[in-house]
Design a protein around this ligand. Structure first.
Ligand SMILES: *Cc1c(COP(=O)(O)O)cnc(C)c1O
Length: 353
């Protein structure tokens, strides 16, 4: 049993890194903003840059309050800890990051269970939520929270339509469940759909945004919700060791990202479409049409599995990730140009013989 991260290193210098939008490096300009950040002790509420970021995020997301945290995983887990008690049940898509990719943290930390809901593209219907609602009895676990991912990562980077988001949230609220949005790539959805962030998340009691997914910051995520919820969440931030000191140096990178790296997400989406269009011509590969910056590639018809495809292209300095036996993912981001996409496409094409 290995607890090492998955291998994605290339034996040659990396030319195009499509492994993840987390692979971006802070630019000189972002680093300059970090160097100039005014800082203080966050635990005492005295870091002006973190305070400015939280105020700005609360306004952007239309919530009363916000909290700066080191990672998206901590945002999800603090939200779950705030909403759930041991034995409580969360409804989420069966491919949700909280279910598949956070080391079992909802069980390990909050003692919560997750009921995985089926549905195409990482999304589920209001009727699916309705039929998952259990009769309240001393036999059934208390169902306390509904979670959605915008965009749905393993669903293909798909964008929940606003009406669908509101419909599932309404069913949840009708049955007394709180609603939580994993908005790791929320701004990709906002840019792709042209719906303002606050409107998109209005049906959700808590929501967070990751600054390391395509926005180019080295760390940081912001969780937002009611003033009461965020106030209580501070105890969990403290307990988990997520309460920082001069963290403003990192919040400055996030503020820089808000100013410079949001609108340009449209370029990543255009590059993803470009790559998908090119790969659709390759016999043996089947490509899901990307809605945002994630391109999922099915290798079944090629006779090789996704790991072999990733290994072959890595020989030529192109990195992609493996998401299933025959499912690979190529992810565009601010360190990938259209020319690099064309280069990656040629390497992927040549890898299928
Ligand atoms: C990456 C990701 C997370 C976790 O964020 P980290 O900042 O890596 O901890 C959670 N949810 C989704 C959908 C993600 O893609």
């Amino acid at each position: 049993m290995s607890f090492a991260p998955p291998p994605f290193r290339s034996p040659v210098p990396v030319r195009v890194n499509l492994y993840s939008d987390t692979q971006t490096r802070p630019t000189q300009a972002m680093k300059a903003a970090m160097m100039e950040a005014e800082v203080g002790d966050e635990q005492h509420g005295d870091d002006p840059t973190i305070n400015a970021l939280c105020d700005r995020m609360a306004a952007l997301l239309g919530k009363e309050a916000a909290m700066f945290l080191p990672s998206g995983t901590m945002c999800n887990q603090i939200a779950i800890l705030g909403h759930c008690r041991p034995g409580d049940e969360i409804l989420a898509h069966e491919t949700a990051h909280i279910l598949t990719s956070e080391g079992g943290a909802p069980g390990a930390l909050a003692g919560a269970m997750i009921l995985g809901l089926p549905g195409a593209k990482g999304q589920f219907a209001a009727d699916t939520v309705r039929s998952a609602i259990r009769e309240k009895s001393r036999y059934s676990p208390p169902q306390v929270m509904l979670e959605v991912e915008q965009t749905a990562n393993f669903g293909g980077g798909t964008v929940w339509p606003l009406a669908a988001l509101n419909a599932v949230a309404a069913v949840a609220h009708e049955h007394g469940l709180t609603t939580h949005m994993d908005g790791a790539r929320l701004m990709n959805a906002v840019v792709a759909a042209g719906v303002p962030a606050a409107e998109m998340v209005a049906g959700y009691d808590t929501v967070w945004l990751d600054f390391t997914k395509g926005l180019g910051a080295p760390l940081g995520a912001v969780l937002a919700g009611s003033a009461d919820f965020i106030g209580a969440a501070w105890r969990w931030k403290q307990r988990l060791g997520g309460s920082m000191r001069q963290g403003g140096i990192c919040a400055a990178a996030c503020l820089y990202a808000l100013d410079h790296n949001i609108d340009r997400l449209a370029e990543d989406h255009a590059n993803a479409k470009l790559l998908a269009r090119g790969l659709a011509q390759v016999q043996g590969l089947s490509v899901e049409q990307p809605e945002t910056n994630l391109v999922f590639i099915d290798t079944t018809a090629s006779g090789i599995d996704a790991t072999e495809l990733a290994r072959r292209v890595a020989q030529h300095g192109v990195l992609i990730s493996v998401m299933g036996p025959h499912r690979a993912r190529a992810c565009t981001h601010l360190d990938v140009t259209a020319a690099q996409v064309a280069e990656a496409e040629a390497v992927l094409r040549a890898a299928i013989v």
